[in-house]
Design a protein. Structure first.
Length: 285
């Protein structure tokens, strides 16, 4: 039996009613979907329903809330699945429906549509969501405080190179972490193996060019290190070797790892493949 959804529309009067019916957690879920574009049931459960006694209880509570938001046309679900190694990739994929998009749209911004999207773009977007959710979950262990996470397009920075050419930096994520000893700053690039190594090297050169302007250092106090999160250790090794062989690139600016290992790299600044003082602000004792 197919559930019939109400014709809610997204007019001003209906939006006022919907807003008054939203809980704080409802608003947080809509904001999360606005920032990430797409998220699975697993993602939303792990972020917003982690305080339940069991995983099963959290899943059931999450599904109840999502179905209520679905019924009010605040969110919708894709009729397809995305395979791969990313956590939660086989679960239902959610995005903002018309009313939810209107409620979360900044004043003056253009409407965004989410229903039609290519499979590679969707897979990459979910992988970025995977990474953010993993950071949120790990921060709960008190390994670090998650001070700030920026997503595209908030991470984008336009700049002029020393030669006067226009450039634009587009990190997948910017992350600011706080530990008792350091504030750590990272740009994260999430790679699914769909682009060639020369394309990844071109992105590395953009980071180097942006660093040379000094704007990143002025914004963050230090220049964030670039963490490449790749699908396999072999691909990470290939990119690491290519960066080393590129004379114009500085090896110490870039770290290449896998999704399974990236939290260990971020958490331990003394690991050989981890952070260095280049992307850390030492706290006063």
């Amino acid at each position: 039996m197919t559930m019939r959804l109400p014709r809610t529309g997204a007019g001003p009067s209906r939006l006022v009613v919907l807003r008054t019916e939203l809980s704080v957690r409802d608003e947080q879920i809509l904001t999360f979907l606005n920032r990430h574009r797409y998220a699975t049931t697993t993602h939303l459960r792990d972020v917003f329903f982690a305080d339940h006694a069991t995983l099963t209880a959290g899943t059931r509570a999450c599904i109840r809330v999502l179905h209520r938001l679905l019924h009010n046309r605040l969110i919708a679900r894709l009729e397809r699945r995305v395979g791969g190694t990313a956590r939660g990739s086989a679960a239902t994929i959610w995005y903002l429906d018309a009313a939810g998009e209107r409620l979360t749209r900044p004043e003056g911004a253009r409407r965004r549509r989410f229903a039609s999207v290519s499979t590679p773009f969707l897979a990459h977007t979910l992988a970025v969501t995977d990474t953010h959710v993993a950071l949120i979950q790990h921060a709960r262990t008190e390994a670090f405080d998650l001070e700030r996470v920026d997503l595209e397009p908030d991470t984008w920075r336009s700049f002029l190179t020393r030669a006067g050419a226009a450039g634009i930096l587009k990190p997948d994520l910017y992350v600011h972490l706080a530990t008792p000893d350091y504030d750590d700053h990272w740009y994260l690039e999430i790679d699914l193996g769909t682009e060639s190594i020369p394309v990844l090297l071109a992105k590395c050169r953009t980071y180097s060019a942006y660093k040379a302007t000094g704007r990143g250092q002025a914004e963050h106090g230090v220049f964030p290190r670039v963490l490449w999160v790749l699908p396999t250790t072999a691909r990470a090794a290939r990119l690491r070797a290519a960066i080393h062989d590129a004379a114009e690139l500085h090896d110490r600016l870039f770290v290449c790892t896998t999704f399974d290992a990236f939290l260990a790299v971020i958490e331990d600044p003394d690991t050989p493949s981890g952070a260095t003082l280049e992307n850390q602000e030492r706290r006063n004792p």
